[in-house]
Ligand binder design. Structure first.
Ligand SMILES: Nc1ncnc2c1ncn2[C@@H]1O[C@H](COP(=O)(O)OP(=O)(O)OP(=O)(O)O)[C@@H](O)[C@H]1O
Length: 552
């Protein structure tokens, strides 16, 4: 299905709310009056100002985003703290008519243990978002103007030295007056030179191809304005083509693979025939396959092109009438709490509907392997790693038995994990990722111990996940690496991705072995070693041996 099927974000409102807040709950000068929806990190509620506590400039209605104080695993808590901090820093720094304004940041304190300590972002309230409109099949007749507004916000952010990092239809809110505003600044980050760094979080349908192979350093992954440009290209295509994504695939993961294939071959960009020039050429430029070529396309230049194409928004909203004619960020008068910076390209008016949503949160292990440090298997392997891997680059023995590796009924694989191991492997279309391979990885990683914990290597649970890496492959926003089902499904997905990468690249050597080696180290390490890197030989051989033993 064109529209709803591939906006890359799950249906709204499904599942438990990360933060349950009762109607009537008061935080700061706001009272909760209803529920709007939940995302990966928190829940958003409708709010109104409490009696005469409202101060000048407060909107009558607000959206209250509750970000929980301390839930989940240590890794998830750390990531959440970072998301909160980024939202706060950005909101307190800049303002623009096409950026959702954060009116206040509060901390919930009421004696309700489930809510107390939550950070609450008090925001202007949107009445709908572009994802909902596309999923509902609404006519986005005014799509060009919405795009103009989003682009003006991006140009402003980039000019002021910020990268949004999560541009997608669900983060383009539509206001009661019809105007569009960009929201959700949990990944937003300030540039330091040409780069900024962010946690490796994103919505896979909107991530540029190079994102998947970036190094993850101490500060996170490098994020450049070109990532926003790519995402804007995808967004533009979807807005102008009834929600259709420009890369083929039935899932966000598959479409991300298509985008990466396109980055290698230059083929596979499927522009919808409904889209007219000059929009087609604008999308093509935004979706230049590599960062370097995309670097020539600035959000400011796009805003100007859109203006020439007739999609430009114009007219100022009264509350934001102090503009720099040339788009140079500049502080205005005695702003109460925030530096107020306004750009040249302003905004206009549109549509509406209401609903809720949740987002795909993806994080991938690029160059560091599944664990940020070395795997915990060394010294714990009791399996028959007899014949060591050989060859200059540690090329392992081939593993013919792996390619049809269902689990033998008498294999020493705990019964309670067989079903999920099988599901995890069969979710992968490649022949190398089999139940036997997945089971063997678990055996070597943890000995099938769901409570496995190795703080020294930052790896935990049955699959030995490093928490921040797990987030990328987690089967859902609330998945837990200590939960065997979640950990095993994520391990299967990660193995699958690695195998698909090698299938595309055709490196020399046995694909199963390379996949296992990359699982322990990284695709980059395997490429550089032109085979199994020396430090992955023991792990790889152990896994292959167990896989043969387990295979029927
Ligand atoms: N300022 C707002 N006004 C109205 N609705 C909002 C506002 N901010 C968020 N929402 C809605 O609340 C829901 C949850 O939003 P939130 O930003 O937490 O998550 P998301 O963007 O859907 O997902 P993720 O956090 O995974 O990116 C969404 O339906 C979103 O449209």
């Amino acid at each position: 299905m064109d529209g709803a099927g591939n906006t890359g974000e799950p249906a709204a409102g499904a599942g438990a709310r990360p933060v349950e807040v009762p109607d009537g709950f008061v935080v700061g000068r706001w009272r909760v009056t209803g529920y709007l929806g939940s995302g990966s990190w928190g829940s958003v509620y409708l709010g109104e100002a409490v009696g005469d506590a409202a101060v000048d400039g407060d909107p009558a209605e607000v959206a209250l985003k509750f970000l929980p104080p301390s839930v989940g695993t240590p890794g998830r808590r750390a990531l959440l703290a970072e998301v909160v901090d980024r939202e706060r820093r950005f909101s307190e720094s800049i303002e623009h008519p096409a950026l959702i304004r954060t009116v206040a940041v509060e901390t919930a304190e009421s004696g309700d243990a489930a809510v107390d300590g939550a950070t609450v972002l008090v925001m202007e309230r949107g009445v709908s978002n572009v994802r909902q409109l596309l999923q509902n099949g609404a006519d986005l007749g005014d799509g060009e103007r919405i795009l103009a507004e989003v682009c003006s916000a991006l140009a402003f952010m980039h000019d002021a030295g910020w990268v949004h990092g999560d541009v997608k239809p669900g983060n383009v809110l539509l206001m009661a007056d019809g105007s569009a505003r960009l929201a959700d600044f949990g990944v937003t980050t300030e540039l330091d030179g040409t780069h900024a760094y962010a946690p490796r979080i994103g919505s896979s349908d909107y991530l540029p191809p190079e994102w998947w192979s970036e190094q993850v350093g101490e500060q996170g992954i490098a994020l450049r304005p070109t990532a926003d440009i790519w995402a804007f290209g995808i967004l533009t295509h979807q807005v102008l083509a009834g929600g259709r994504h420009p890369f083929a695939g039935a899932s966000p993961h598959a479409r991300a693979m298509s985008a990466q294939a396109y980055a290698h071959t230059g083929e596979g960009l499927l522009l919808d025939e409904r889209i007219a020039e000059p929009w087609r050429s604008l999308i093509r430029d935004c979706l230049a396959p590599d960062h370097a070529r995309r670097g020539a396309v600035t959000a400011r230049s796009l805003a100007e092109r859109i203006g020439r194409a007739g999609g430009s928004g114009h007219g100022d909203r009264s509350a934001h009438s102090e503009h720099s004619e040339h788009g140079t960020a500049q502080p205005t008068g005695p702003s109460t709490r925030r530096r107020v910076l306004i750009p040249a390209v302003a905004v206009a008016a549109v549509v509406a509907i209401v609903a809720v949503a949740a987002t795909v949160l993806v994080l991938k292990n690029g160059s560091q392997g599944k664990t940020a440090a070395s795997s915990p298997h060394t010294g714990t392997v009791t399996g028959p790693a007899a014949a060591p891997a050989t060859g200059a680059a540690g090329s392992p023995r081939s593993a013919p038995a792996l390619t049809r590796g269902e689990l033998r009924p008498d294999a020493a694989v705990p019964a309670e994990y067989r079903d999920v191991i099988s599901r995890a492997a069969h979710a992968c279309p490649t022949p190398e990722v089999t139940p036997a391979m997945v089971a063997a990885v678990l055996k070597v990683e943890s000995g099938f111990d769901p409570k496995f914990s190795s703080p020294a290597t930052d790896s935990y649970g049955i699959a030995g996940w490093t928490p921040r890496v797990f987030t990328a492959w987690a089967p859902g926003p609330r998945a837990d690496y200590m939960n065997p089902d979640d950990a095993i499904m994520a391990a299967g997905q990660y193995l699958c991705w690695l195998d698909e990468e090698f299938i595309k690249e055709h490196p020399p050597g046995d694909l199963a072995a390379l996949t296992v080696a990359a699982y322990d180290t990284s695709t980059k390490a395997v490429s550089q070693a032109n085979g199994v890197p020396p430090n992955a030989v023991e792990f790889t051989n152990s896994v292959l041996e167990y896989a043969r033993e387990y295979a029927g």
